[in-house]
Design a protein around this ligand. Structure first.
Ligand code: ZN
Length: 183
């Protein structure tokens, strides 16, 4: 089932998300719906707050970017109750976009390498080091769980220049190929 995607300016995107238990009702259907929604919108990741739920869940399938970033080959994963416990000082700068901020793409600098603990869809624990573009995508989705969006990483001037576009998104004036939830 396709879910509407929460757009920039909505308070749900600014809330801290909470861990869930393995008896969370309808979890596997929710994961399926998030993937379906993400694929339909041509996204490579989507976090639960973007579909209106403040829980620590995001899904990624970055495999369409394999030509630009060979490390994303097979990088399709579900992250439940994720917590990043280490971030490298070394950074990379990549152009990012977001389904909650359609039409905007900006260069963002993030850690090149992270260590993350999370549960998979069977609630099996993982403790992994993730690098390169995979780490960028994970950090982007992870930010959503902490009430952040990628433009928060930009400088004041860049943010000011985006003001008009952001207002247009919040007012529903930016056309999208998916249904949206406006603030
Ligand atoms: Zn996003």
């Amino acid at each position: 089932m396709l879910l509407p995607i929460v757009q920039f300016g909505h308070p749900i995107l600014r809330k801290m998300s909470v861990d869930i238990n393995n008896d969370y009702e309808g979890l596997s259907k929710l994961i399926d719906d998030m993937y379906e929604t993400m694929y339909k919108a041509d996204g490579i990741g989507i976090a639960a707050p973007q579909i209106g739920k403040n829980i620590r869940l995001f899904v990624i399938d970055a495999t369409p970017c394999v030509e630009d970033y060979p490390e994303v080959k097979d990088f399709k994963k579900i992250f439940i109750n994720a917590h990043i416990i280490e971030r490298s000082d070394e950074t990379v700068q990549t152009s990012e976009g977001c389904l909650s901020l359609p039409g905007i793409s900006e260069d963002v600098r993030r850690s090149k390498k992270i260590r993350i603990q999370y549960l998979d869809e069977k609630f099996q624990p993982h403790d992994e080091v993730i690098e390169g573009y995979c780490a960028v995508v994970v950090q982007h989705e992870y930010d959503h769980l902490d009430g952040k969006v990628f433009i928060d990483h930009l400088g004041a001037l860049k943010k000011r220049l985006l003001k008009g576009k952001l207002n247009a998104i919040s007012c529903g004036k930016v056309p999208t190929k998916f249904r949206t939830v406006l603030p």
